[in-house]
Design a protein around this ligand. Structure first.
Ligand code: TXA
Ligand code: MG
Length: 322
């Protein structure tokens, strides 16, 4: 896949092509949000269902009123506090972007990324860019250009290499269309950070605060391996490792950085910090090493837990106390 300069990416975007761009959260598959043909190419490259809306990226706060309306004081506060940065704000759309972007919804998700390359690209082109994460649908999001190449070679025009993403998890998505704001997806900005600026917000079913909501079937962020969360003592965790190894399966463990030494030799152990910057790289590395079962510790961070609940389809191995 071609590595693009910002100028080359801008030319391709102006010509209606799809290119992968770095952001501080994850790499995005970008195209001109105003063009049906360009946006259609995103859905094709990713294999994304047409009913899942895309978010739009801007480089200048002056583009907000062109794209959304009904911007409340609280929404404005969020933008001034957290932009540029990992927060996506949902507001009523002015319908200036392709209907394919919003998947028929009347609302639009907007975000101004802080990654220097993304920011320069957006400011110099002036094009509002629709961009989902640049992974194949259902796979872990890419946090390096190498991840993008793995998933997208032959599917898109090229990638702008901006190094490894700093945040490593997608933006927080917050719906600002009702009186009580609702966090739809936990991410780079925490609930506490948001509440410090605009007061109470709700958290939607299916995010980490309400992990056992019924009927939520997730297939996102999944490596090829079967992922399980393990809830129990150290001894119980070891028993689970033994169980899968006895069944002849290659076992991986995803744990806190400081716990790596706790796990036996013979399992592929990946340590990540509580913030999740290295989560997706770890999930992809398990696949690359042929791991068949991944056993995960619990993490404090809501965004990390949300992604792990999705990756595991909420399969939790629980120690029963007797
Ligand atoms: O950090 C990010 O947000 C990355 C980078 C590339 O900016 N993008 C990203 O896009 O994660 P994507 O498409 O993978 O996730 C966007 C999420 C989806 O869950 C989508 O359903 C939701 O935002 N979304 C988009 N527009 C929406 C809308 N109008 N109402 C409700 N949810 C919306
Ligand atoms: Mg995604």
């Amino acid at each position: 896949m071609k590595t693009l300069t910002i100028e080359e990416a801008n030319e391709l975007l102006a010509a209606g092509e799809v290119v992968a761009i770095p952001t501080e959260t994850v790499y995005g598959l970008a195209a001109d949000a105003r063009s049906d043909a360009a946006v259609r190419k995103i859905f094709t490259a990713k294999g994304r269902p047409a009913d899942n809306p895309l978010i739009v990226h801007i480089g200048d706060i002056g583009q907000v009123d062109e794209l959304v309306t009904g911007v409340t004081d609280k929404a404005r506060l969020l933008m001034t506090h957290f932009w540029p940065g990992p927060l996506t704000v949902i507001l009523p759309s002015t319908n200036r972007v392709s209907n394919l972007v919003t998947a028929g919804l009347t609302t639009l998700g907007l975000r101004m990324p802080s990654h220097e390359t993304a920011s320069e690209l957006l400011r110099t082109s002036g094009i509002p860019l629709a961009a989902p994460s640049a992974n194949l649908s259902g796979k872990p999001s890419p946090t390096s250009a190498a991840h993008v190449r793995h998933d997208m070679t032959g599917r898109i025009a090229g990638v702008v290499d901006g190094g490894v993403c700093n945040v490593g998890l997608e933006s927080t998505v917050i719906d600002m269309t009702s009186d009580m704001p609702v966090i739809l997806r936990p991410g780079g900005v925490s609930q506490a950070q948001i509440e410090a600026v605009i007061g109470s917000v709700d958290v939607a079913e299916g995010s980490a605060e309400k992990p056992r909501s019924p009927g939520m079937k997730y297939t996102h962020y999944s490596p090829d391996a079967q992922v399980y969360l393990v809830d129990g003592s150290d001894l119980y965790f070891e028993r689970m490792i033994d169980k899968y190894q006895h069944n002849g399966l290659k076992v991986g463990v995803l744990c806190g950085d400081l716990h790596i030494a706790k796990y036996p030799i013979g399992v592929v152990t990946k340590g990540i910090g509580n913030q999740g910057r290295h989560l997706y790289a770890a999930l992809r590395a398990f696949d690359a090493q042929g791991v068949e079962v991944v056993l995960c510790e619990f993490f404090e961070d809501a965004a990390v837990m949300n992604r792990l609940l999705k990756a595991s389809e909420e399969r939790v191995l629980r120690e029963v106390e007797d």
